[in-house]
Design a protein around this ligand. Structure first.
Ligand code: MN3
Length: 199
């Protein structure tokens, strides 16, 4: 049985960039719903219920046919959101320093270029999905996925992720996804992002 992880900060901690009501609904309703549906799908699959979410998502094609979609959608939803909460926080500087800064400069030339490319991936994701910074075979790349598809299901390691489903921003930003993305850069917790870099 999977359960909802607590946020590492209060629901209003990301104000004014992400409002309290959005955070509360996103965490207690949307994230919880992915977990409930994942648990329901695995209820009579005792061999699967003990696996970690990473194991389930890494080998979706090896799972029984009747749970593959549920693991992809709801398992992905659980994994992606659990990561997303960790990668944000109050009181951030808006700019990476140290190892993560060096890694971004190596891969993208400078932070401004990285930020522009990531923003482009997030704005350009048609419909619901995520923008990602991933490690792919030892190289940092920017990508995006539809729905709740998780990079680890295609052999990539997520380093940074941004939820661009409308439920992540609609109450405060309505249809203005680019404004939400601009605001979000202020609350990226770069120390947490850095921890996801491969050693
Ligand atoms: Mn979401």
């Amino acid at each position: 049985m999977f359960s909802l992880p607590e946020l590492p900060y209060s629901y209003n901690a990301l104000e004014p960039y992400i409002d309290e009501q959005t955070m509360r609904i996103h965490h207690t309703k949307h994230h919880q719903a992915y977990i409930d549906k994942l648990n329901a799908a695995l209820e009579d699959k005792t061999d699967l219920a003990s696996k970690s979410i990473e194991d389930l998502l890494t080998n979706i094609s090896s799972l029984p046919d009747d749970v593959q979609t549920a693991v992809s959608n709801n398992g992905g939803g659980h994994y992606n959101h659990s990561l997303f909460w960790q990668l944000m926080g109050p009181g951030q500087s808006g700019t990476p320093t140290g190892k993560i800064s060096d890694a971004l400069i190596t891969a993208f030339g400078d932070f401004t270029n990285f930020q522009a490319k990531f923003t482009e991936a997030a704005v350009g994701r048609f419909g619901s999905g995520w923008a990602w910074l991933v490690d792919k075979n030892g190289k940092l790349e920017i990508t995006s996925t539809p729905n709740q598809d998780c990079p680890i299901s295609s052999g990539q390691r997520p380093i940074l992720g941004l939820d661009v489903w409308e439920h992540a921003y609609y109450l405060k930003y309505q249809n203005r996804r680019p404004e939400y993305i601009d605001a979000w850069w202020n609350i990226v917790n770069w120390q947490e992002v850095e921890k996801r870099l491969p050693a």
